[in-house]
Design a protein around this ligand. Structure first.
Ligand code: FEO
Ligand code: CA
Ligand code: CA
Ligand code: CA
Length: 557
């Protein structure tokens, strides 16, 4: 317990000054008994010995209702919904809201900027898509309504969270916004020689950097890129924006190109930056990027240069090692005339030798490179979080029916010597989905100040409330302690409306508010006159509206 960071340090993890946290956690030293640093506070939470923790609640039951249900004593405000006007220019909040990052203004937990990802567009924007082919208008609308929003939000004197349309920061970033490329692929043949590219879309989850910018991850980009006639290699990257500076727009190619779910940034013992990332596909890999240079808090946003030069690693779970993804290593494997492509790589040796010529080709074709180098295919790695308490790394493996992994699991990586830049590690299955645990298909993660993981689930709408998924009902939000007697036990905190996925949980620094996105309610609708959900049930609305809500009711002693 004495090694646990204090509450003030934890608060840094949630927003401004994340640097302080990373420094603190990097100095924690070797894990004792495999990480139980947070057990005392977690005991408090689940022993109900105190109510000073953010997670004090009576768990709810699964539900099929077209409502966002919360435990008694908690409430929510819809802060911004699809189509809401967000600024004086008249720009509208996008569709498919996912990741949220709250960045305080002047250190406030009641006024700040919310950077929100917009991952998908659907029938409620485009209308039905005939024969699976989008019209030009449907393509343009999708490009416009995906991407990101930056909005200014505040809690008014009555305790209600609202969006401030008069904000000078509020803006949309979308499929038309120009981005600068950085890193090995910038200007390379792999991206058609380009140094700038058009737009970002399919933005799934993300992360906040130590210098308070936001990283946003391009996940399932290929469908819209193809429909729009945009080069595929311009998408599938990690994007960096500065919510406080509209001109700052980067895509960091050193972090690789794949179906990026999220980023989790921490510091190695020697001060280098480490970024963990999942490739959300069946049988895809876990990656980490380690910067060449060291983090210097006094340099502020200039530390972003660290994301341009470093080593990308892929995890081999069998040997417990991180494999450096360099062109030299790859060429060495491919130079062997008896090379046989691993399962998952369809190209021949000759084709691969042609494809992989420079480091730009490695980062641009990460999945193939990773498998060839011995990266372990896993069961849809989604969100990753580094525990701010003990530097262990939690990874949601959502599910993978091709391996019979129906309900997914949460993997926990223990880096050697608790040092994030080490190249060997151990791991455990921290929690397994299923009836015994009460949750299925874990996706996004965030920590609270008591070392509990807040986990949202992503049972697909086509499977929800059917077959082996019946007992879980609608997707939910669960609280799972990472240590103590209730370690790995899930308690349900929220149940989402019909056919939705809950995404983007993010606490304010004071932990009195939890932002959460309600993504794709009613997404199975095929006839606009008969929507399967009408959440959030605004008067006069004839369609459901994806929205970010602010949940209140947390009690801190
Ligand atoms: Fe966009 Fe992997 O969820
Ligand atoms: Ca996700
Ligand atoms: Ca997260
Ligand atoms: Ca998902």
């Amino acid at each position: 317990m004495d090694k646990q960071m204090d509450r003030r340090t934890f608060i840094s993890y949630l927003g401004t000054g994340a640097a302080a946290l990373a420094v603190a956690s990097a100095g924690l030293g070797t894990l004792e008994g495999k990480a139980s640093a947070a057990s005392k506070t977690a005991d408090h939470l689940f022993g109900y010995g105190t109510n000073r923790v953010s997670g004090h609640f009576d768990p709810i039951e699964p539900s099929k209702a077209d409502m966002l249900l919360l435990p008694q004593g908690y409430r929510y405000d819809v802060v911004a919904a699809y189509g809401d006007i967000i600024n004086e220019k008249g720009e509208a909040f996008g569709q498919g809201c996912d990741y949220n990052a709250f960045l305080p203004i002047n250190g406030s937990s009641t006024r700040g900027l919310l950077a929100t990802n917009h991952e998908y567009t659907n029938i409620f924007l485009t209308g039905p898509i005939k024969d699976g082919t989008m019209t030009q208008k449907q393509v343009n609308d999708s490009l416009a309504y995906q991407g990101m929003s930056v909005i200014e939000v505040y809690r008014d004197k009555d305790g209600v969270w609202k969006l401030d349309k008069s904000s000078k920061y509020a803006r949309r970033i979308n499929g038309f916004t120009k981005f600068e490329l950085t890193g090995p692929a910038k200007g390379s043949a792999a991206v058609g020689g380009k140094t700038t590219v058009q737009g970002t879309f399919a933005n799934c989850s993300g992360g906040v950097t130590l210098w308070n910018t936001v990283l946003s991850c391009e996940e399932n980009f290929s469908e819209l890129a193809e429909a729009a006639g945009l080069p595929l290699t311009h998408y599938g990257w990690v994007v960096e924006i500065d919510p406080f500076d509209g001109a700052y727009l980067r895509k960091h190619t050193a972090l690789g190109r794949f179906n990026h779910e999220n980023t989790a940034m921490g510091l190695a013992s020697d001060g280098r930056i480490v970024v963990y990332m999942g490739d959300d596909k069946k049988d895809a890999c876990i990656y980490k990027f380690v910067s060449k240079g060291k983090y210097d808090p006094s340099r502020g946003r200039a530390n972003s240069l660290l994301l341009e030069d470093g080593t990308l690693y892929v995890a081999n779970l069998k040997s417990g090692s991180w494999i450096a993804m360099t062109i030299d290593a790859l060429k060495k494997v491919l130079d062997n005339k008896s090379f046989k492509a691993p399962s998952g790589v369809k190209s021949t040796r000759e084709e691969l030798l042609k494809l992989f010529q420079t480091q730009a080709d490695v980062v641009t074709n990460c999945h193939e490179a990773a498998l060839i180098l011995g990266g372990t295919p896993t069961d849809r790695p989604e969100d990753i979080e580094i525990s701010p308490f003990d530097n262990t790394v939690f990874i949601c493996h959502t599910n993978n029916d091709s391996h019979g992994n129906i309900h997914g699991h949460i993997t926990r990586i223990f880096e050697k010597d608790n040092n994030l830049s080490e190249i060997s590690f151990d791991f455990e299955i921290f929690a397994a989905g299923g009836r015994q645990s009460g949750f299925s298909s874990p996706d996004n993660l965030t920590f609270d100040g008591n070392g509990n993981l807040w986990v949202v689930t992503d049972i697909s709408s086509s499977s929800m409330n059917k077959g082996v998924y019946t007992s879980f009902m609608n997707n939910g939000l669960f609280v799972i302690p990472t240590s103590g007697p209730s370690k790995a036990q899930a308690l349900q905190f929220a149940s989402g409306p019909v056919e939705c996925e809950l995404t983007g949980p993010f606490f304010t620094p004071d932990e009195m508010t939890l932002f959460l996105s309600i993504q794709h309610p009613g997404e199975n609708t095929t006839d606009l006159s008969k929507p399967t959900s009408l959440w959030p049930h605004r008067p006069g609305d004839k369609i459901p509206r994806e929205a970010v809500v602010a949940i209140s009711g947390f009690k801190l002693g």
